[in-house]
Design a protein around this ligand. Structure first.
Ligand SMILES: Cc1cc2nc3c(=O)[nH]c(=O)nc-3n(C[C@H](O)[C@H](O)[C@H](O)COP(=O)(O)O)c2cc1C
Length: 251
């Protein structure tokens, strides 16, 4: 690790890039159409409508209590996650509150320029009402799109997370991908730092909302990029995995 390398990599964390970019040349400034706010899907697939979660939010949990007691958990009980609980967690992490137009929506998390570059995939391992496999959250319809059923999903996620075995004992793993062009369309090369910042908000919401339903979460930043991209069936260039979190019931 040379000083030159360190400085090059530290540069990513700075906002110096903003002074180096000609924002009049971004795709947005050049009049190109914005990408859709949600990755399109083949209409031949049947979506699974996620249930109402009102009964969960009726049980008040103090925000301070959730913030103050949040911890990373790597041991989960065998109690399955209910579908309304999953519905709640998907809403609090990436749910859409208001669609402004086909390219812009307000969500439960903030995002630089409201560009929201993420898609959410889950590995369903122990969820009542869901067969084991990979699903994608469709926030505009608050539904799940089945990607692939997989009886051995536990093995795949453990391998994809470099042998972190608790991922296979979780009820679900949240796998967040980014579609960087959603951000690049507006910010060009100034996109990548804010994408990294944005995903932190998503996972923090997961930690806090999980607390309200007696679940534990562990964020995962160490994973095999190629295996994880393959697992959720994305190309690894225009869309790739950026962050993962395991979640399950705790004692
Ligand atoms: C960006 C990021 C990446 C992380 N990656 C992993 C991981 O790959 N495996 C793991 O077991 N924990 C991971 N963690 C969890 C941290 O180890 C944990 O947050 C830290 O030890 C502090 O514990 P606490 O969350 O209970 O406060 C990660 C946390 C963050 C924020």
């Amino acid at each position: 690790m040379t000083k030159k390398q360190i400085n090059e990599f530290r540069f990513f964390l700075k906002d110096s890039i903003r002074q180096m970019i000609d924002f009049s040349l971004t795709d947005q400034s050049m009049g190109l159409q914005p990408p859709p706010l949600e990755k399109p899907y083949d209409k031949g697939y049947t979506l699974i409508k996620l249930p109402d979660f009102q009964s969960i939010i009726d049980k008040e949990t103090s925000l301070f209590e959730a913030i103050n007691n949040r911890r990373s958990h790597r041991v989960f009980t065998k109690e399955p996650l209910k579908l309304d609980e999953l519905s709640f967690l998907l809403y609090t992490t990436q749910g859409i509150q208001k669609v402004i137009n086909p390219a812009v929506a307000l969500r439960t998390v903030p995002s630089a320029g409201c560009r929201h570059s993420f898609e959410t995939y889950i590995t369903a391992i122990n969820v009542i009402g869901l067969d084991k496999g990979i699903y994608r959250y469709m926030p505009t319809k608050h539904s799940l799109l089945p990607i692939r059923l997989d009886e051995n999903i536990e093995t795949s996620i453990i391998m994809g997370t470099l042998g972190q075995s608790f991922t296979g004992k979780a009820s679900v793993n949240f796998i967040w991908s980014t579609i960087p062009y959603r951000m690049e369309w507006r910010y060009g090369l100034a996109s990548h730092k804010v994408i990294a910042i944005d995903i932190g908000h998503v996972c923090q919401n997961l930690y806090l909302s999980a607390y309200a339903i007696h679940c534990g979460v562990c964020a995962i930043g160490a994973y095999d990029q190629l295996l994880m991209d393959k697992l959720i069936e994305v190309d690894g260039e225009e869309e790739f995995v950026i962050y993962i979190a395991s979640l399950g019931k705790i004692k």
